[in-house]
Design a protein around this ligand. Structure first.
Ligand code: HEM
Length: 187
């Protein structure tokens, strides 16, 4: 009689142990981190002082991207493979008129920020197709070829490297950029 009572008690204890250990396991599994975007990896929404505008704050992610964009614009300006597309910009800068440069820097930064997952900046510039069609953007000197696009990507990588962006993040940005090739190259 004692034995018959003992068996179900052991079975119940064993199953309690199994349930307990399973629930312990599931509570140690990390939840999917919602909001863990490429933008977060690039610095995210933490506000820091904006070195370009005294007294202003800027999200760390946006600042990191803007630094890369600004470096990239300088690399492009000196790159004979593609700088002829930017004659309007370059002649303005030559005359110490930086308004077009500031607009391009801001627009490109907002575009890349949005593409990497930023929520607090909304791109309101031209579509990628219109921005790269001389018929709809008089600042674009001639349509871009695939070779131009490749040169642009290598200049962007150079800009990212100047800012010590880790290789895995450059790779992820590269994938986003490559997905836009057919909108930029229109010939
Ligand atoms: C995926 C790659 C690219 C992205 C994400 C991109 C993005 C942009 C953006 C956001 C603008 C500003 C649009 C506006 O002002 O409303 C712009 C303008 C421009 N882009 Fe691109 N672009 C890319 C590739 C290229 C390539 C390959 C070329 C040519 C080599 C090029 C040449 C230009 C020029 C000349 C402008 C006008 C610059 C100015 O305002 O003076 N872009 N691009």
């Amino acid at each position: 009689m004692k034995k018959l009572f003992f068996i179900p008690v052991v079975a119940i204890l064993l199953s309690m142990l199994i349930i307990e250990s399973c629930s312990k396991n599931s509570s140690t599994v990390k939840p999917t981190t919602i909001g863990n975007t490429l933008y977060d990896s690039l610095g995210g929404t933490t506000l820091v002082a904006d070195p370009a505008y005294q007294g202003a704050m800027i999200e760390k992610g946006r600042l990191g991207i803007r630094n890369v964009i600004d470096s990239t614009i300088f690399v492009i300006a000196a790159d004979p493979r593609i700088n002829a597309h930017f004659t309007v910009l370059l002649s303005e800068v030559g005359m110490k008129n930086f308004s077009g440069y500031t607009d391009l820097s801001e627009n490109l930064t907002t575009f890349v920020a949005g593409a990497t997952g930023a929520k607090d900046y909304i791109y309101i510039g031209l579509s990628m197709t219109d921005a790269h069609n001389p018929a709809t953007n008089s600042r674009m000197n001639g349509k871009a070829t695939n070779a131009d696009f490749d040169a642009f990507v290598s200049d962007l990588v150079a800009g990212a490297n100047k800012n010590k962006i880790p290789a895995n993040l450059i790779n992820s940005i590269g994938k986003i950029v490559q997905s836009l090739r057919s909108q930029v190259v229109q010939m």
